[in-house]
Design a protein around this ligand. Structure first.
Ligand code: SF4
Ligand code: SF4
Length: 466
């Protein structure tokens, strides 16, 4: 089964100048065209990361009569008519307009989840400094937008650690299908399916935290709230344009219902808040709802490069050794764009790990897997340069220096948020303990397999890519 999903990333031929700044940041050479002429995207090769959308600086002059009107372009792009920012040549399909209409429907039970980094980047859209942490204002704004339940993808990150950590321990003990790659970045998964199907067996079978929360929203939480799963509108706010693609994959359904019905980006959430006239800066802090809004510090660091690895080691260490991990802050795993490697002593095991921050760096590791020389047990791959902090749906910054400063501030803020949590390990999150006790049973058990794990499929086209 190969999912068939419409393109999400587009280049507006009327606006594109052919500067090819986008081609310079595309990690998979998916942008085609001569300099000085409008560019096209090879949708097969494109991993929907949105880095071209972040970089493109060409926009419509409102007074240019030869162009399609701004109102029409907004409509074509799925954006709200109230959007004031320029319309750039490279853009992603929007869902704010569709969501605004769905939120007004009294018959739907509207549930939202927010990725770890939304709380450290949303405030930038309202003029606050880079990396300002605003989980409480975000929860309050989502309730004012008419959501019935405000949940958190961080909870799904904690579930991912329980499942993926157990899977890793099993594979290391049996020596099978190593190295194991993380599977929570959908752009990396699409790249593996397209350009490296020989490694698909090495990917963790875990769905991403977003899809896990979606599956639990339509089962566990529906049961707790006494709501029919079919009446639920499950929405996710993500820093990532590829999450729109992931949510639409055929296999991402629970008993025939979509796990996540709609995905909007950080920028689209800011547009909805402005559209409704909400005074974001002066909102009082509100908590997330229980139980899918309770998270550990480990869940929150998924937003930065190396975060999945660090969270997994915090839990994996304790599951294997039955002792407390001596140091919770694993600085050797933290960093910027590029590849980092380390050996971690876990009891008698020397666990060799690698972190790939930026999809363009993954090719050497894929070659090592092909020729059987890859020395690592566990590899985290994030397609965007510094993980989700630099995602394609994040607030747009046109200057390279601004971008670097923003990524740094967002990462620091995420790590600060982690160190301020009372619970910093996924397996110690009381809501996670209760989820397994009352509903899932055990990690990798029957219910987990049904709801939280998936299969990946080759998208390779013979002769086109190796
Ligand atoms: S899409 Fe934007 S960045 Fe890419 S070539 Fe066109 S104008 Fe330049
Ligand atoms: S979305 Fe990412 S992969 Fe696709 S064309 Fe843009 S930069 Fe390249």
């Amino acid at each position: 089964m190969t999912p068939n999903i419409d393109p999400i990333i587009h280049i507006d031929e009327e606006l594109c100048t052919g500067c090819r700044r986008c081609a310079a940041v595309c990690p998979v050479d998916a942008i085609i065209g001569e300099a000085g002429t409008p560019q096209k995207i090879d949708a097969h090769r494109c991993v929907v990361c949105g880095q071209c959308v972040q970089t493109c600086a060409a926009y419509a002059a409102e007074s240019e009569p030869a162009l399609t009107s701004r109102a029409e372009k907004l409509r074509q792009r799925g954006q709200l008519s109230s959007v004031r920012e320029p319309l750039f040549a490279a853009y992603s399909t929007g869902h704010a307009l569709e969501l605004k209409e769905a939120l007004a429907d009294p018959k739907r039970y509207k549930v939202v989840q927010c990725a770890p980094v939304i709380r450290v980047s949303l405030a930038e859209e309202f003029g606050l400094p880079f990396g300002t942490l605003t989980p409480g204002k975000m929860a309050a704004a989502l309730r004012l937008l008419n959501f019935d339940r405000v949940y958190d993808t961080n909870f799904g990150a904690d579930v991912t650690i329980m499942e993926e950590g157990s899977e890793l321990i099993g594979r290391v003990m049996s020596g099978e299908r190593l190295p194991m790659f993380t599977s929570c970045c959908p752009a990396w998964v699409k790249h593996a399916e397209t350009a490296a199907p020989h490694v698909l067996d090495h990917l963790s079978s875990c769905k991403s935290p977003m899809q896990m929360v979606g599956a639990l929203v339509k089962t566990y939480s529906a049961e707790l709230d006494g709501v029919a799963p079919a009446d639920i509108l499950s929405v996710a706010v993500m820093p990532c344009t590829c999450k729109k693609f992931e949510a639409g994959r055929d296999e991402m359904n629970v008993d025939g219902l979509r796990e996540v019905d709609m995905v909007i980006t950080t920028r689209e959430l800011a547009q909805l808040i402005k559209d409704k006239g909400i005074d974001f800066m002066n909102l009082p802090d509100e908590p997330f709802d229980s139980p899918l809004g309770k998270y550990s510090g480990a869940g929150t660091i998924f937003g930065a490069t190396g975060g999945v690895m660090e969270a997994a080691i915090r839990t994996g260490y304790e599951l294997v050794t039955h002792e407390s991990i001596p140091n919770l802050q694993l600085d050797f795993i933290r960093g910027d764009e590029g590849i980092r490697t380390a050996t971690v002593q876990i009891g008698d095991l020397e666990l060799k790990v690698a972190i790939v921050a930026g999809l363009k760096y993954v090719s050497s590791i894929l070659e090592q897997v092909s020729d059987g020389t890859c020395p690592y047990h566990f590899i985290e791959v994030m397609a965007c340069p510094e993980g989700c902090v630099s995602g394609g749906g994040q607030p747009k910054l046109l200057l390279e220096t601004q971008r670097k400063a923003a990524y740094q501030a967002r990462k620091s803020s995420i790590y600060r948020h982690d160190s301020n949590q009372k619970v910093r390990k996924s397996h110690e999150n009381p809501a996670i303990i209760k989820l397994y006790k009352d509903f899932l049973g055990e990690p990798l058990g029957h219910t987990s397999h049904h709801l939280l794990h998936t299969k990946f499929f080759s998208r390779s086209v013979k002769g086109e890519l190796k």
